[in-house]
Write a protein that binds this ligand. Sequence first.
Ligand code: SF4
Length: 705
Amino acid sequence: HVQAPAAPVKTTCPYCGVGCGVLATPDGQGGAEIAGDTGHPANFGRLCSKGSALGETLSLDKRLLHPQVDGARTSWESALGTVAGSLRRIAEQHGPDAIAFYLSGQLLTEDYYVANKLAKGFLGTPHVDTNSRLCMSSAVAAHRRAFGSDTVPGCYEDLDEADLIVLVGSNTAWCHPILFRRMVDARAKRGTKLVVIDPRRTQTGEEADLFLGLKPGTDTALFSGLLAHLASTGSLDYRFVLDHTSGLDGALERARAIAPNVAATAAATGLSEADVARFFELFARTKRVVTAFSQGVNQSAQGTDKGNAIINCHLATGRIGLPGAGPFSLTGQPNAMGGREVGGLANMLAAHMHFAPEEVDRVRRFWGAPNIITGEGMKAVALFEAIERGKIKALWVMGTNPIVSMPRANQIRESLKGLDLYVVSEAVADSDSARATGKKTVLLPALAWGEKDGTVTNSERRISRQRSFLKAPGEARADWQIIADVAKRLGHAQAFAYSGTAAIFREHAALSAFENNGSRDFDLGGMSEIADATYAATPPLQWPLPKRGKGKTRLFADGQFYTFDKRARFVAVQAPALAQGVSEAYPLVLNTGRVRDHWHTMTRTGKSQRLSAHRAVPFVEVHPDDAAPLGLKEGDLARIATPHGTATLETMVTDAVRPGNLFAAFHWSAATASDARVGALVRGVPDPVSGQPELKATPAAIAAV
Ligand code: SF4
C-alpha cells in the first residue's frame, strides 16, 4: 500500500455526483495529502468537508485484503474457482435467470461495463440491478418519457447563469455542497433567487429566498398547479410547444384537474396561498430558471411523475438546453451516470440501448455474445423479494451494502441465508453485507479509491478519470479484473481478455458509436480508438463525444429530442396520496436522508474523526408538538417502530420537520451502532414506472425508551 512520495495525481472525489477534481499527493506512508484540483470544471479547486477529509480515510484498518470462502482465507484460484463453478452449476440446474448481480454507483465505469457484459451477454441473466435504482432511476424514467432518452440537458454553468434556481427535494448545501457554493456565488454576482421545496427545512432551506415546506409527496400537485398557472397567465412559449413538443393538452387537462389555481395548489400542498403565488410569479417571469431535483423527488412511489411534472413546466416555457435554463437531475452517487451509460440498470441493455429487437441484436453482434438477454430483469426491490421467495439462487454484490441501505433490510439479511451462492466483492471486511452469509459465501477483496483506476461520470455528463496513487494492498484486485477472471473460468476468455481499463473504455466507447447514426444520445465514438497514454492523461470531458462533429455542453437547445418524431413529450401526471397512509398504530411519517459529513454506510467517512464529529450518534428529528405529549426531550433515546422493523435513535427536537413528520439519516449500520439501521424501518413501495422505492414516507411510531 505504501508508495514513495510523488507528484500530485489528478483524480476524482469518490463521494457525490458533483464529481469534484482532487489532487492527491502520496505521503510515502500509505496516505496522501488531498487538495482540490483548480483545473477541474466541476469544482475549480474547491472541496467540501467529505472531499477534503479523503486523506483521513485511506488506512488499511478494516480492509478486506484476502479472498475468503465460508469465512476461511483462501487463494484467489480457489475463490474464483468456487464462484465460477457454482455459477455454472446453478445456471445448469435452475437456468441463468436464477443468478442476480447487485452493482453500485461506486463502481468505475470500466468495472460496471464488464459486470454488465458478463451477466447480460454471456451468463444470460437479465437480473442485474444497482444501488442507483435507489438513487436516480425515477429521473432516468422521467427523462426517457419526456425526451426519448436518459439525457441530462444542462450543465453546471447553468447554475452560474440562472436568475432563479428552484431546488426540489434536495438538501444541496449538505449533499452536493460544491454545487451549492456555485449557487451562493451566483446570488452574490447576479442576484439569483433561490426557491427551496422540501417538507423539511434543511440547511439549504434556511438559505432560500423562498422556502416552501410542503406536505410530503405533494410535489406533483405543486408543479401541476404551476403548469396550470403558466397557461392561464399567458406564460407559455407556444412557438416552442408547437414546433418541438406534443401532448400539452392532455398534460394541462390533468394538471388543471389536480391543482387548477393558486388556492387549490395551496390546499393540496399545505402551503400558504401567498407563498404559492410568489413562487408561481417568480417562475413565470424569470426566463433563466433551473429546476434542480434530487432524492426528495426520486425516492418516492410517485417519483417518475414528480420528475415529469417538473419537466412539463420547462417544456411549456421552452426553458430547456439554454444557458441558465433547464430541468436538472442532481445524481447522488459518483458514478450513477456511468452506470446508466453501461446499462447497469435492469431495464437497460448497454450504451443507453434497451430491448427493441434491433438493439438486442446490435449488442449481441458487437459483443459476440452467446447468451444475450432479450428483456428487462428485476429491479432492486423485486430482485431482493425474489431472493426471499427462493427464485434467485446466486447473488453477486459489488461495492455496495444492501443490508443497510435497501428497504426491509432485516428481511433481506435473513433471505440471503437461503442463497446457494452469495458473493461479495468488497473493500471492507466488516460491512453488514460482508458479514451476511448464504449457504456458500465468497468474499473477494476489491481495490478502493486511491488504488483503482478508471472513469466516472458526474451529474453534468462529464467523464473524469479516477487515477490510482496507492499500491494495491494485500491481495486486493480491481473489480473488472475479478469479473474477467470469472468470465475466463466460464469459458469466455477471448471476450474478456482486457489488457487494462483503457481497453475496456475503448470497447465501451465503440459500442456507444456502433451503428449510431445520431439517433442515440450516448455517443463516445470520438474516444473509441483512444491510445492507452491518451486515456491515462485524458482531461474531464462532457459527452456526447462523437467521432465526427462536436460534442455539446447543452442538449435540446435546437428543439430536437430523441423520440421518433424528434418532439419532446408532455406527460399527463397523477398525484395520488402517499403509497402508505398513517394509521392509529403508526401515526407519523418517517422521512430518511443523509447528513453533511457522512457518505452512505460510513465505511470510509466513519474512519475520519473530524467527519464523525458532525453527527456523532444516530438520531431522529421530531417536531416539538409530537415530542411534548410523549415526554420526549432533546437527547433522549427513542424507539422508532414501523410495520417492517425497529431502531433506537437519539431524539433531536426541532421544528425543521413538519408536525407529524420524523427524519432519520440512513448511514448507521450494525457495524457502527447497536440498533440504528434505518433501512430496516422502510417498506420501499416502488414507483410503478421506475421501480425506485419510496424511502421518504413510511408510517411510523415513536416512543421514549
Ligand atoms: Fe466530493 Fe461531492 Fe464534496 Fe465534491 S461536493 S468534494 S464530489 S463529496
